[in-house]
Ligand binder design. Structure first.
Ligand code: BGC
Length: 753
């Protein structure tokens, strides 16, 4: 169906009161039956009919309106929709609301172009899953794909076309509140998770009504914020940009992510929203990616605060020319017709951006049926179903990391007569959800207290809040101590409130906030066995807990199934298998601290003062990257390489035997790191290159084989060209980034067979 026919169909349907869905379905579907040529012709034709105001309208994203019951049709915005001044909306969802807004767009605007509805569906829509950092602790891309799939099914049933996820920012900054939204510190783990999430959201058919446009954000290096302060300057070398921050974006692009989002920060003085190097050179040039770039919120307008644009028009022209296609909320692009008319802005730049917006709408099938995502029946059938909850519980199981377990304190016995559950987060459903909880509702979340009550109906439960998360009131301590005294064991739920992580939630301390440590001391004084369950969105520095509490379970923010999932692990129905996706420092002064650092000319040596370390704290982290315990024991043996000498174009096979040497079934995340011992530049002491989750029964062994390809051994040479440099390497295999089992090999130069 060409555009004119499309418009005539809309007008006719409206005039006779027909359902547009029915009318449009009677015609051929351009997105499924036609090839690229038909699509290009359809869009060319549409663009040729658009005036400048309508073009910039397509590049303008407006905020949704809200009333007491949720998203609503914006009153003033309706006129703008009619006038073709809006191409997409942020934070609008709901089958009815989106249907009505879409109706105004397709029936009452001159060209009848359908709208796109975008929302931040970050870790679930209504069925809230573990926060992304937690989910990354599963080291299970299938889990990430499944949770994104469920999120896509639910969100699209509520009218949403476009999610602003996955957030793929690598960060070495636990102070940065947005560490919770990403996959942690490692470019490789981050890349695997990025691709999995894109696959989950987008599926393999964008025309299916349960797939959603994904968005890799924030391009680029937002996680490098100086001092961990949100929105702050990033000053890094191009090498660090390319080696550390860009790989997950590249992986998302390769996985076919439909959109990218710009970042609030500048890199070396150039704000991302005005950086053609990022979009035109790297993204579109080197990576050959052809999707749409959206600004981050008012990022275009902020170019004036950055100090690179003097006027709104400067900012708009700069951003569009840099490659930012859609203006999320600055309302600046809508003013740019003047810049085209004055000859300052080339209309072909505008048309290219408009084309990308229309292509997305076309690919989703919206020109064929603009209401295909706004179906009340589908919405009802796809909200918080028992199957979705079960998936959320399973992902939560894998997301927990057992940090300490002295004397097999965990799992707790199911025969406990009584149990004290203490702490400010034990019964806080809001925090279970974590931040960025889309349409999640606290009443859907099962807290740790509720989960344990349900799992252990015969056990006498003594609950005391003890204190708040972050004030200094100790008046609840007495009740907490009494609860502990009355019980056989204590589960202490400590950490951060969910509003202490995410955007604009940077902290200058990584300690347990408020008087929670004092609460733990008071409870410890009772002499009862204590287990700490941590809920938090970032690495915390908890050396006191590590020294004094026998068992610590990192539970992050696990979503609607927090309580049941935590109970499953505490009482041994599930053996924890998560591994840290980011280093836990001993204190904030160690930050940045990450496993893939360089050796330096003076690597830390306890016997030599003039080496790289501190005089008042160890140089090692509290818990390293990749670390996590299990209720069983795993042992590694028989590390073998297919060859000790290879050429630069050869692959290398690495074999290792893993044994479950303990008494319970368990899953180990086997990790393989390489070290390039001599290169043209100083290389990291280790770099993660492969991992695999391996479930084993007690006593069972398995031989694992990993194949490293030349690109796994390559680094950027002094000219930033990917090269396999001849020389000595090492492979390390084990259960964390400090694994000691290793084997050497050498890469010979090509002309030295
Ligand atoms: C955040 C983005 C988010 C956008 C829309 C911004 O403040 O940085 O990550 O997608 O808001 O809600």
């Amino acid at each position: 169906m060409n555009q004119t026919l499309f418009r005539m169909t809309m007008a006719f349907a409206a005039s006779v009161g027909l359902s547009i869905t029915g009318a449009a379905q009677a015609n051929s579907n351009p997105s499924t039956s036609a090839g690229d040529t038909e699509k290009a012709a359809f869009i060319d034709n549409l663009i040729s009919e658009m005036n400048l105001e309508e073009k910039f309208g397509q590049l303008t994203q407006a905020p949704g309106a809200w009333n007491d019951t949720g998203p609503a049709v914006p009153e003033t915005g309706s006129d703008d929709i009619r006038d073709g001044k809006i191409g997409s909306f942020l934070s609008v969802y709901g089958a009815e609301v989106t249907h009505e807004m879409q109706r105004i767009a397709v029936e009452e605007s001159r060209l009848g172009i359908p709208l796109l509805f975008a929302h931040d569906v970050i870790h679930g829509f209504r069925t809230i899953f573990p926060v992304p950092l937690a989910e990354s602790a599963s080291w299970d891309p299938e889990a990430a794909e499944k949770s994104s799939r469920v999120a896509a099914i639910e969100a699209t049933a509520h009218g949403v076309h476009w999610t602003y996820a996955p957030m793929v920012d690598v960060t070495r900054e636990p102070r940065w509140g947005r560490v919770v939204e990403g996959a942690g510190e490692d470019p490789y783990l981050g890349s695997v998770m990025a691709a999995a999430r894109v696959r989950g959201f987008q599926g393999d058919d964008m025309t299916a009504t349960d797939t959603i446009l994904a968005c890799a954000k924030h391009f680029a290096a937002y996680g490098g914020a100086e001092g961990g302060r949100d929105y702050n300057t990033v000053d890094i070398s191009e090498r660090t940009l390319r080696e550390v921050y860009l790989p997950p974006f590249k992986a998302a692009a390769a996985a076919g992510v439909a959109t990218f989002m710009a970042a609030f920060n500048d890199i070396n003085g150039v704000p991302s929203h005005a950086n053609p190097f990022l979009y035109r050179e790297v993204l579109r040039g080197e990576w050959d990616w052809d999707g749409l770039v959206v600004s981050d919120y008012t990022g275009i307008w902020e170019l004036m605060d950055h100090g690179v644009a003097a006027t709104r028009e400067d900012a708009g022209v700069m951003a569009l020319e840099a490659g930012v296609d859609v203006d999320m909320l600055s309302k600046i692009y809508e003013e740019l017709p003047a810049a085209v008319r004055s000859g300052r802005l080339d209309e072909t730049v505008v048309d290219a951006a408009v084309r990308r917006v229309l292509e997305l709408k076309y690919d989703l099938g919206l020109f064929d049926d603009p209401y295909r995502y706004s179906d009340v029946e589908r919405e009802k059938a796809n909200t918080l179903t028992p199957e979705f909850r079960q998936t959320a519980r399973e992902v939560a199981h894998e997301s927990m990391v057992l940090l300490k377990n002295d004397r097999k304190t965990l799992p707790l016995s199911k025969d406990l007569q009584s149990l004290a559950i203490i702490g400010p987060l034990a019964d806080d459903p809001h925090s279970c959800l974590g931040n960025w909880a889309a349409a999640g509702r606290p009443e859907d979340a099962i807290t740790v207290l509720e989960g344990i009550r349900e799992a252990m109906p015969e056990t006498e439960i003594h609950y005391a809040q003890g204190c708040h998360v972050s004030d200094h009131d100790t008046s609840g301590f007495e009740q907490a101590v009494e609860a502990a005294r009355a019980a056989d064991a204590v589960v202490l739920v400590l950490g951060e409130h969910r509003d202490m992580s995410a955007e604009a939630k940077s902290r200058s301390s990584l300690n347990l906030p408020g008087v929670q440590r004092e609460l733990a001391e008071a409870v410890l004084g009772t002499g009862k066995p204590i287990v700490v369950v941590l809920m938090n969105g970032r690495p915390l520095s908890i050396p006191w807990l590590d020294e004094n509490i026998p068992a610590i379970l990192e539970a992050w923010f696990l979503g609607v199934e927090t309580g049941p999932a935590v109970a499953d692990v505490l009482f041994g129905d599930v053996n924890p298998s998560g591994k840290l996706p980011i280093t836990f420092p001993r204190n904030v002064g160690q930050v940045p601290i990450y496993y893939n650092h360089r050796n330096t000319g003076r690597p830390a040596d306890p016997d030599d003062m003039y080496t790289s370390k501190y005089i008042d704290a160890p140089w090692t982290p509290l818990y390293p990257f990749g670390y996590g315990l299990s209720y069983t024991e795993f042992s590694y043996s028989g590390l073998q390489l297919s060859s000790e000498v290879i050429g630069p174009d050869d692959s290398l096979e690495v074999q290792v035997e893993l044994t479950n040497a303990g008494e319970r079934p368990g899953t180990e995340v086997v990790q393989l790191y390489i070290q390039d011992l001599v290169g043209s530049t100083a290389r990291p002491v280790r770099e993660l290159r492969r991992f695999e989750r391996v479930p084993l029964e007690p006593g069972e062994s398995k031989v694992l084989t990993f194949t490293l390809q030349p690109e796994d051994l390559a680094c950027l040479d002094r000219n930033l060209q990917p090269t396999v440099e001849p020389g000595d390497f090492k492979v390390y295999v084990g259960g964390s980034s400090v694994a000691t089992l290793s084997a050497p090999f050498t890469v010979q130069s090509a002309n030295n067979p």
